[in-house]
Design a protein around this ligand. Structure first.
Ligand SMILES: [Zn+2]
Length: 310
């Protein structure tokens, strides 16, 4: 069964692209909206190759201002303009994102047919529009430049209303039902008793959450930030034998990603951002699974469906 919430990977290589892997880019597709996380060079071609376009409601979240994570943003904006997009696009990222877009628009002299709402990110809730079905939170990650990890959260869904229970308690269909559904207590016209919403409405259902680490060392802060996620997508640049490189370059090994996933009690770990030195990443997956069995490796064009919480 296909889910209404899916993650698609468009680029899964670190620093330089390989024949099989493009530079960092993934997107969360949710109903009619798309949230991109990082846009390395060549991202738009991968999106098109996957048979997708850029006409949905769209926000773009940049984890940090390294070229291999942000340069592709310009091409995406230009293509949207060529397609005469009118809906605004939100772009979120560290402070320099504002200057980056402004300077490039001036230097390249490209006009846009839509508004780009650029926002500097700080830790905390960064995106929560009433019309949107999701929110996004940010947290500081630990890399060689100011970097953020993101948490995509489906908004909670209202609990199921039980009309038969309402009827039994003497509440007739109409405005009183609506009040109960909106969390208000009402008085039963039949019995005069006060009826609480929880007598007829189930608890709201918590939305699904997806964590995206960007480039980072594993940190306590991130462990807390990603606690209980359905899916965690984490920096897995190196294998065990290159642990020293991970420390030096402020990335993570697959085992470190798995250790954080286990501590944070996430359901599923997806490794990504692999060093171009590895032709195969099967040993990185093996090393991670020793710590956290529910681990897979991302690859370009992988589609991961996020199922409903049970
Ligand atoms: Zn990177």
């Amino acid at each position: 069964m296909t889910s209404d919430l899916s993650i698609r990977f468009f680029g899964t290589s670190s620093a330089v692209p390989t024949k099989e892997r493009g530079l960092s880019c993934l997107a969360v597709f949710f109903g009619n909206s798309t949230a991109f996380f990082d846009c390395g060079e060549g991202s738009q071609r991968s999106v098109i190759k996957a048979g997708l376009g850029f006409n949905k409601d769209c926000n773009i979240f940049i984890t940090h201002m390294h070229g291999d994570h942000v340069v592709g943003l310009l091409g995406i904006l230009q293509t949207m303009a060529m397609n005469r997009r009118e809906k605004p696009v939100g772009v979120f990222g560290p402070k320099k994102i504002v200057e980056f877009i402004k300077a490039n628009r001036e230097a390249l002299n490209f006009g846009l047919t839509f508004d780009v709402l650029v926002r500097e990110v700080r830790p905390g809730l960064i995106y929560d529009e009433p019309s949107s079905k999701y929110r996004v939170y940010a947290e500081r990650s630990e890399h060689s430049t100011l970097s953020f990890a993101y948490l995509f959260e489906e908004k909670e869904k209202p609990g199921r209303f039980h009309p038969e229970k309402a009827a039994k308690l003497g509440i007739p269909e109409g405005p009183l039902w609506s009040k109960l559904q909106h969390g208000e207590e009402v008085q039963s016209p039949k019995t005069g008793r006060t009826i609480r919403p929880d007598q007829v409405v189930e608890h709201p259902r918590k939305g699904r959450r997806i964590g995206i680490s960007g480039d980072t060392r594993p940190t306590k802060l991130l462990e807390k930030f990603f606690r209980g996620c359905e899916v965690l997508i984490f920096d897995s640049t190196y294998s065990d034998e290159h642990e020293a490189n991970a420390k030096e370059n402020l990335h993570s090994t697959s085992r470190e990603a798995a250790t954080l996933a286990r501590k944070a009690r996430v359901r599923r770990l997806i490794l990504t951002h692999f060093s171009a030195r590895y032709r195969s990443v099967s040993h990185l997956v093996r090393q991670a699974r020793e710590v956290f069995p529910n681990t897979i490796a991302a690859k370009d064009f992988l589609v991961y469906e996020v199922e409903e919480r049970s």
